[in-house]
Design a protein around this ligand. Structure first.
Ligand code: SF4
Length: 627
């Protein structure tokens, strides 16, 4: 077995309550690394088209990667893959916490959960003797994610669902510690299986090809991260909410259901404000990560809880016109405990508020008014009253009540907190990303509107190239399974420190904007590992991996996901943005919305797809995508 892998897949059947260990497929590991890449390959091969995402035929696949189980910063995450009940296409989500670490300690790379149990149960995996126990979970059913984890074996690492998963809220997630695999409804699939929790630990140690080189290099990376303006300063000090002031200044923070991109009081929900007013001083992180982007806040009557992150403060804050951090922290805690994605939740609530404003729905929810929101979140989590409809997500709400033109989703997945009208590459990424309107499948906005360089977000140069580069990279990173913030550190601190008014800054930005052909060539070069994550992978597995390799592997995963979606009935017509984004301007001087129609044909061509967005046979053969 290649180093870095445990070499085993645990195949669990909930209907028969049996579990068997199978060997990991080495060829698949070489082609897809692990994480969501390996999981997507399994899903594609294991399922026939058109299965019910909430039926027994939808496998729930937990997958780690070769870096999991190591002390590499940002490396102990797991991916969950299944057919999404929210989009009907590829479903996946990644999560920090500690569950991935427990799986590797038990000598497991991947867990496949098949079929459905007849009554609530949980699974305990003991890596010391490879025993898998199926235990009744009736006493845990109905409990929140925090109480559930508190009731489980302290020596094990857990992945659990809350009431939202049990009630199959279509944007329910799976929780490990205080982190959540939030997107695409993976928690609803776990709930449909009546599986409350998986607990795991073991005594095994990760085997590496060159442990000394890995250790020495990791020491260097930790020092570099400590000095880095984003990883070591901004994220460490303010958490992800530290970008509120940037996105607000650049008119891309969702406000009033994405009607606007700016709120004059957004400062009150920023990371800086949190530090001054709400933060208890305690920071938290996924296991072994020195960035510690999590922070704790004090909630009256509850105590110290996880503070809200950027997506949450934006979508439950400016997007609802609520500038009260304490209230947002309370809703965040509630959503985490119920086990649901705060991005989709925020978008659903703002959509309901706009429907209410237009007299199309009587939900008792109004922009800027906190009354009724907590109760509605609880009703969604338990699918009670109108909450039952809101639990189905924005797309289905629009089908029921109208308002398609201001329904903020792509392929059924609610948009994350960056308005693409001020970030054109991000708009192309939202439209084309296989799991729907999400930013962590590429994070193009970092290169054009949030990061240090701001490649003119309002012109068309590079706007089809950047999403491809970023989507491929994110596919590879998500398959290792690393945190997306790893890629933020790719831009050296010298660039962050440039004065935006300086000649050098303008020169660097102009060079970057005109570097399309050069960048495309560089993406294909397979040389020596340059970046730390390439070196880690090389030292651990013993196979040389460079940026060109990662682009190829990422492109393979992306195209396989695309083929999965096409197989499930999604088409080029789904590669679009909400009408509000395409037709309504937000900026002074803007006459229209996002120029997606001008950019999409170029994107298809660069991807090697035909005019209908279907990967050509040549593209699939080049990338070794077996269909
Ligand atoms: S940067 Fe934050 S989300 Fe990423 S691994 Fe570290 S603590 Fe977890």
């Amino acid at each position: 077995m290649i180093k870095g892998y445990a070499g085993r897949v645990l195949d669990v059947d909930l209907a028969t309550q049996t579990a068997t260990y199978q060997p990991l497929d080495e060829d698949t590991a070489r082609l897809y690394i692990g994480g969501k890449g390996y999981g997507t390959r399994l899903l594609y091969d294991m399922t026939r088209p058109g299965i019910d995402p909430l039926g027994p035929d939808n496998p729930l696949i937990f997958a780690t990667g070769p870096l999991n189980g190591s002390v590499a910063p940002q490396s102990n995450r797991f991916a969950v893959v299944c057919k999404s009940p929210l989009t009907g296409g590829i479903g996946n989500a990644a999560c920090g916490g500690s569950f991935a670490y427990g799986l590797k300690r038990a000598g497991i790379d991947v867990v496949i959960v098949r079929n459905q149990a007849s009554a609530p149960l949980r699974i305990e995996i003991d890596g010391a003797d490879d025993r898998v126990r199926f235990l009744p979970a009736g006493e845990l059913w109905g409990k929140g994610t925090y109480a559930t984890q508190a009731a489980l074996d302290k020596k094990k690492y857990h992945a659990v669902i809350g009431p939202a998963g049990e009630h199959q809220v279509l944007y329910a997630g799976i929780v490990s510690n205080e982190r959540i695999a939030g997107r695409t409804g993976v928690g609803a699939v776990m709930g449909s299986k009546r599986l409350k929790a998986i607990s795991v630990n073991g005594p095994r140690k990760l085997e590496m090809d060159d442990e000394d080189a890995f250790k020495a290099y990791t020491k260097w990376v930790r020092e570099m991260f400590r000095d880095h303006p984003v990883l070591g300063e901004k994220l460490k000090r303010y958490g992800t909410a530290g970008i509120v002031n940037t996105t607000n200044a650049r008119n891309i923070i969702p406000t009033h259901n994405f009607k606007y991109g700016h709120h004059p009081e957004a400062m009150q929900i920023s990371g800086e404000w949190m530090e001054d007013h709400e933060l208890t001083g305690v920071k938290s992180s996924c296991i072994h990560c020195p960035v510690t982007c999590g922070r704790d806040v004090e909630l009256e009557g509850v105590g110290r809880v996880k503070g809200p992150e950027y997506e949450t403060v934006a979508l439950l804050g400016t997007n609802l016109e609520v500038l009260d951090l304490k209230r947002i922290a309370e809703w965040n805690y509630l959503a985490d405990d119920l086990g649901m994605d705060t991005i989709s939740l925020g978008a659903v609530l703002s959509f309901a508020m706009e429907l209410q404003e237009r007299g199309m729905l009587n939900a008792g929810l109004r922009f800027g008014d906190v009354s009724g929101v907590s109760d509605m979140i609880r009703d969604i989590g338990h699918r009670r009253a109108l909450g039952d409809h809101l639990a189905d997500g924005v797309k289905r709400l629009a089908e029921r009540y109208g308002g398609h033109e201001f329904a903020m989703h792509v392929k059924g997945l609610e948009l994350s907190a960056y308005d693409p009208r001020g970030s054109y590459a991000q708009g192309v990424e939202y439209a084309t990303t296989n799991r729907g309107g999400c930013h962590v499948q590429g994070a193009s906005m970092y290169l054009e509107s949030v990061g240090p360089l701001t490649i003119n977000p309002m012109n068309l140069k590079l706007k089809a190239d950047i999403p491809i580069l970023q989507q491929n990279l994110a596919c590879a990173i998500n398959s290792m399974v690393l945190c997306i913030f790893t890629t933020y550190g790719m831009i050296p601190k010298q660039v962050h420190n440039l004065d935006p008014n300086s000649f050098t800054y303008k020169l660097v930005t102009t060079l970057f904007e005109n570097s399309g052909p050069l960048m495309r060539t560089a993406m294909q070069l397979k040389g020596k590992p340059m970046m730390w994550f390439e070196k880690w992978l090389t030292y651990i597995t013993g196979t040389t991996v460079s940026g060109g390799h990662l682009q190829e592997i990422g492109g393979r995963i992306f195209n396989l996901e695309r083929m999965y979606n096409l197989r499930e009935g999604l088409t080029a017509a789904d590669d679009t943005l909400p009408p509000r984004m395409l037709h309504e301007p937000t900026f002074k001087g803007m006459t229209s919305g996002h120029p997606l129609p001008q950019l999409l044909p170029r994107y298809y061509t660069l991807r090697g797809w035909d005019a209908q967005g279907v990967p050509t046979r040549r593209t699939l053969e080049r990338l070794q995508v077996r269909i």
